[in-house]
Design a protein around this ligand. Structure first.
Ligand code: HEC
Ligand SMILES: [Cu+2]
Length: 373
């Protein structure tokens, strides 16, 4: 059946950019958005209608039945059957109607269509990680336009909630459970993705983007996301740094400011000189070397990522989650290389030399590969 809402979304599909929602809601960029907004709009207008009606009647009655001071009070009417039936039956029909559309929409939202494209999502303090069927792991959600997408989600630590306002979807992500959510994005573009459940100090930084791409472009990018580490020349692994750093940036700054974790500015120098002091009173210098806890500075960085609880840096807490098994050895090396080469980046992690931009390096590697074939 063609509802007004689905008609509106069809019209919008024909046009370029997604239509804005009513009452200042964000754009309607998924198949269910228009329908949800329609229900929302109906409920709001019903409320406005009754609000105006009731206030109007109150005022009318106050005026109509007001009597001069000293008038003897009259008894009120005890009963009016037609009136009572009307004010019971009409609201009942209204709320049953609202329940029906709400329930229908809810059931539709809860059950992903068969054959949906599945993406695994891991929530952690304070970043999102998206794992694709081809093995790509990224921190922005990329999806093809016009395809049913099912997110299979879990949390590594506390309660989070994945919220994409423009798609009108939100789902709590619960540790120890797999939860799902599905949507079908109707318009190419960039949309916000938030964590909508207070999950600790840096909760407000737990946001990222959803990129809706045409099918071909999506396939190309996801393939590139899978292989980009392999495309990097071994002497320039740091080029991948900013991209991997996206998972660390809620706690580690590059500009010297202290956040939940120590800044990475000067981290490499501090590690090499061994001046880092830990909460148990030990100093890094005494722990680095043959037969000691850490073989060399690189080993310290690696172990700090895989097993952060082993040694806690003075003035910090054990707030860092482990990245064991979540980063490949090559990715850990790239992060270390990034820390060593921070002077090549600005304080936001943007390369100062355009030659160090990831896309350029990948394009070059591809060209070289093609010309050697
Ligand atoms: C939830 C916050 C959080 C996130 C996310 C996080 N860290 Fe940390 N990190 C910390 C805290 C807190 C410390 C200090 C305590 C400790 O030594 O474990 C720390 C310490 C470190 C250290 C040692 C620093 C030093 O001064 O010796 C390294 C290296 C490190 N983190 C790397 C990473 C990398 C790489 C990532 C991303 C893949 C990351 N961290 C993500 C909180 C975080
Ligand atoms: Cu969160």
């Amino acid at each position: 059946m063609m509802t007004p809402a689905s008609f509106i979304s069809m019209l919008a599909l024909a046009a370029g950019s997604p239509p804005m929602g009513p009452f200042g809601m964000p754009e309607q960029a998924s198949t269910i958005a228009a329908e949800i907004d329609f229900v929302y709009q109906v409920i709001t207008w019903v409320c406005i209608f009754f609000f105006v009606l009731i206030v109007f009647l109150i005022v009318v009655f106050v005026i109509k039945y007001s009597k001069p001071p000293g008038t003897k009070a009259e008894g009120t009417a005890t009963h009016n059957t037609p009136l009572e039936v009307a004010w019971t039956v009409i609201p009942l029909i209204l709320v049953i109607g609202i329940f029906y559309v709400g329930m229908k929409g809810y059931i539709n939202m809860r059950n992903a269509p068969l054959g949906a494209y599945e993406i695994n999502v891991i929530a952690r303090q304070w970043s999102w990680q998206f794992n694709y069927p081809n093995g790509a792991t990224i921190s922005e959600l990329k999806v093809p336009r016009g395809r049913d997408i099912k997110l299979i989600m879990s949390s590594q630590d506390v309660l989070h909630s994945l919220f994409i306002p423009s798609f009108r979807v939100k789902q709590d992500v619960v540790p120890g459970r797999l939860v799902t959510l599905w949507f079908n994005a109707t318009h190419e573009g960039e949309y916000d993705l938030y964590c909508a459940e207070y999950c600790g100090q840096q909760h407000s930084t737990m946001l990222t983007k959803v990129l809706v791409l045409e099918e071909d472009e999506f396939a190309r990018q996801i393939e590139e996301d899978r292989v980009f580490m392999d495309m990097l020349p071994p002497d320039r692994l740091y080029v991948a740094g900013p991209r991997l750093y996206a998972r660390c940036k809620s706690c580690h700054s590059l500009d010297g400011s202290t956040m939940t974790g120590p800044t990475w500015k000067g981290l490499w120098e501090k590690t090499v000189s061994g001046e880092t002091v830990f909460t148990d009173g030990t100093t890094l210098k005494d722990l680095i070397g043959e037969g000691k806890m850490f073989m060399n500075p690189e080993d310290y960085i690696m172990q700090s990522i895989a097993n952060p609880q082993q040694k806690i840096v003075m003035n910090f807490t054990g707030a860092m989650p482990t990245f064991q098994g979540m980063l490949s050895p090559l990715e850990v090396m790239a992060l270390t290389d990034f820390m060593k080469n921070l002077d090549k980046f600005d304080e936001k992690g943007v390369p100062k030399d355009p030659e160090d931009e990831l896309q350029r390096v990948i394009d070059k590697a591809k060209e070289a590969e093609e010309s050697s074939n």
